[in-house]
Design a binder for this molecule. Sequence first.
Ligand SMILES: [Zn+2]
Length: 81
Amino acid sequence: MRHPDWNAVAAYLDGRLSPRERAGFLKHLLACRDCRRDVEELSYLRQAWELAVDAQVIERGRSLCKTPGRVTPLPAAKAHR
Ligand SMILES: [Zn+2]
């Protein structure tokens, strides 16, 4: 049995396979436990990677939002009228 290579697995996860390639790939997955595990692992790694990238973007956005220097205080609330 010929196993799809990592490129094919990546293409499958990206949705880059043609319908025919995809059908062949899925057929192989049904029959091959090793490849199912590979797909799960790669899918998991990618999610972890994307989460890490998201976290970096959020962190960078936060540091951009921090105004350097003194923070302007909010106008005093009109209390005790
Ligand atoms: Zn296989």
